[in-house]
Design a protein around this ligand. Sequence first.
Ligand SMILES: [Zn+2]
Length: 153
Amino acid sequence: MNKHISPDRMPGLTIGDCSSEELQHCQECPECHAEVARLQDTLKLFRDSVRHWADRQCPPEILRPEVRRVAPLRWILAAAGLLLAAAIPVYQSAIERQREAQATQAAETVEDELLFEKIEMHLSRSVPASIEPFMELISAEIYSTSDSEGEIQ
Ligand SMILES: [Zn+2]
């Protein structure tokens, strides 16, 4: 049989932190097996002692269920507050983007209306733009003559 497991590896064996060779040796070798069992018993004794001491220091009936429920509720409220604080800037930026889009659309609508008015003015002209000043002169002359005729009568 191989040499026994070194004492510094024994704590690892008690919690399963070991190689397969160490585990196999421990299962086959009565001396190492007994040493691991003794260590496990000691750990169990220590664990029970700590639990007994903790129960005497703070009996389970003192820990009220409300106290245990309040802590998760506080965490939930804190998480909700953080989530809300993170969501507000996102919501505000979304509203700003929507307003900018609406303003851009309104400006485009005004530009479109101005363009349509220009097109309509251009299409509704009876004479080309270069002749318009002459037409105004002629119409002014017609009105002045009709006015003078009205005065005569
Ligand atoms: Zn051994």
